[in-house]
Design a binder for this molecule. Sequence first.
Ligand code: NOJ
Length: 551
Amino acid sequence: MTDTLPAHTTTRSDETWWRQASVYQIYPRSFADANGDGIGDLPGITERVLYLASLGIEAVWLSPFYPSALADGGYDVDDYRDVDPRLGTLDDFDAMVSALHAAGIRVIVDIVPNHTSDRHAWFRQALASPAGSPERDRYVFRDGTGEHGEQAPADWVSIFGGPAWTAVGDGQWYLHSFATEQPDLNWANREVRDDFLHTLRFWSDRGVDGFRIDVAHGLSKDLGDVLPTWAELSAMPKDGSHPLWDRDDVHEIYAEWRQVFDEYTPARTAVAEAWVAADRRARYASAEGLGQAFNFDLLEADFDAGAFRSIIEFNLGLAEQSGSSTTWVFSNHDVVRHATRYALPPRTGDEKQGGAWLLAGGSQDVLDQQLGLRRARAATMLELALPGSAYLYQGEELGLQEVGDIPDAERQDPAFFRNPGVDVGRDGCRVPLPWTRSGPSFGFGTGGAHLPQPAWFGDCSVEAEDTDPGSTLNLYRKALGLRGQLQSEEHLEWLETGRDDVLAFRRPNGWTSVTVFTDVPYDLPAGELLLASAPVADGALTGVGTVWLRA
Ligand code: NOJ
């Protein structure tokens, strides 16, 4: 691996760096373990800064590293202004930020405002205080039904399955949209709002460049006096007036956050994780609000030229309307890795990609891994040629497949425990990264890995791919490096390809990207060949792949 910073590492200091950034998501507990306790940590990230710089990314986004009992992989936060002692200290955080900044890499951290953990000081205080107290008002408590409140206030189901209300023993119940250990906050409470402003300043003061906002569409709630049934709730339109999701008034919260972001130079950025109808996404991405929102449309689509084209056109149009830039994502810590999704037989309904495969045992044998990887490489190069920000997930640069067959006894995800037989959960994309071909936990750390790594991980390790010019790792490095040089104004022009299975577009500076979605060879247009994800022979792309040309 390189031991110096690559020439293309940039340090854009303008206010708009985020608009077309390549952002690499680190799931800290599974990235690199410096102290050998089996859990990745912040010093592990600091030790790998040269690796990150060798990728040519512009920013990292860190999933939560805060103190947590890990009831939901760290999205159950005990203290928003500290580091989990297993992951390091605040000094380690500062050292990591300095090292990343010195390498020209910006830092985005995850903020989890919809819920705290049940170990958070506020929740402990709420439990120790009576119904109607200010301590309980920071959360969403309701009286139970039945003679002594022994029945839930409503039959609501949590997103991870199972009931969304849990009793606290005195006739009251609290709402948790996710796991029992994740009580929802009451954002109508001024103290809650102020505390998060404090948290945003706390990390901004430590040099953080931006924030990823978890469940951004869930904060504002208006439950009313009489709770609807689950059936009624599910049938209500999500048009801004739903009691729980995507309420119009949630943007009042983000308008306050924007004022904090703008106290800094350059202004701190934010990206919303908001699972809302596409036409409501722009509100989260507005300049008066968070500024940018995740667009998961490509992630949810099959590998299909027509689907990709309409998604791209639609989202570029939306970005133009909102004044923001769009975002693209194929993989993250919540979904089956895209190299595996694309290796599966076509789905028959609109089930989650990979869901049925995981339930059936997640065997590698039923995957066409080679096809999945060729498609994933093509998709990523297409993504990196698009205007907007590209969010990449750790391990995808290695072409890593999902680990589908984790034994039940080793699973960690609450979605697995709360939904037996229905959801296997998300552990398979969170298995600690392989850094070396062999050795303890494939170089992740000396103390083993907190999720089991399969034997085939070594072949996809950084060591195995680092010096192989044809590896997926080196494809990412070249593509990201070129993207840094070729990036131009935020639009594209579609080119006529004469085929339904081929997409081609040109960026304003002559950078052309051609993607073939099938194994029918395609004669490439004239131009200097810059990079190809698949073999090119006699001027033709030989099958599934993406090629970049300069006209
Ligand atoms: C979205 C996060 O990406 C996911 O990992 C988490 O479980 C939920 N939000 C709840 O915080």
